[in-house]
Ligand binder design. Structure first.
Ligand code: 5GP
Length: 207
């Protein structure tokens, strides 16, 4: 018989340039059983992005409607667009014992923390992971090596990165992305260790 335990919601944030998409992609390929929370966004799809796979791409009007319907556990304005996590992507799944992976920005992660203060289930299942660079100098080098950004954009991203990293103490874990494989393995071990938590077990465990 399989023990019916609660799953976890692993919330990963990190500043632009830290390599978050690459690390998250690596974790997903190491742990194919992980469910990825698909966010809603008002931004346009980039080349190769598929609606319902990478994001739910919706209009601003539709987004506002869903906010009014209380469908989001968090949403945040990132640059000129709105991004949000649907409660439906997370709650039912963790109750069913599945682990859900959320790649969201710091504003959104802090909103989930605030919601968890009022919600026993979220408090039990959420773990917050900040992905950080080995140093601010290295982050700056990584941002400067992206040919697509102007000097002004780089300064803006750096200032935002500093401010985001300053919230690290609000997270349960900080994973340094010095080496991709190591960082992905660290995130994986955090997720795996949640599976042994006492408070994720049913009340009548082995009784
Ligand atoms: P991108 O447009 O490059 O896919 O994402 C931009 C930023 O928005 C990233 O930092 C990403 O983590 C964040 N993001 C993606 N989905 C969500 C979400 O549902 N909520 C919040 N708060 N941020 C999100």
């Amino acid at each position: 018989m399989q023990i019916k335990r609660l799953g976890s919601a692993i919330i990963v944030s990190g500043p632009s340039g830290v390599g978050k998409s690459t690390v998250c992609g690596k974790v997903r390929s190491r742990m194919p059983e992980l469910k990825f929370s698909i966010s809603c966004t008002t931004r346009q799809p980039r080349e190769g992005e598929v609606d319902g796979v990478h994001y739910y791409f919706i209009s601003k009007d539709e987004f506002e409607k869903r906010i009014a319907n209380n469908e989001f556990i968090e949403y945040a304005r990132v640059f000129d667009n709105i991004y949000g996590t649907l409660a439906g992507e997370v709650i039912g799944r963790v109750k069913a014992g599945e682990d859900v992976f959320l790649d969201i920005d710091v504003q959104g992660a802090l909103q989930i923390q605030a919601a968890a203060e009022q919600n026993e289930l979220l408090k039990k299942v959420c773990e917050f992971v900040m992905l950080a660079p080995p140093s601010l100098e290295i982050l700056e080098q990584r941002l400067r090596s992206r040919a697509s950004d102007s000097a002004e954009q780089i300064e803006m991203r750096l200032a935002k990165a500093r401010s985001e990293l300053s919230f690290y103490k609000k997270y349960n874990y900080v994973v340094i992305n010095d080496d991709l494989e190591t960082a992905a393995a660290d995130v994986e071990s955090i997720i795996r260790s949640q599976r042994s938590r006492t408070d994720h077990l049913p009340e009548d465990f082995l009784q």
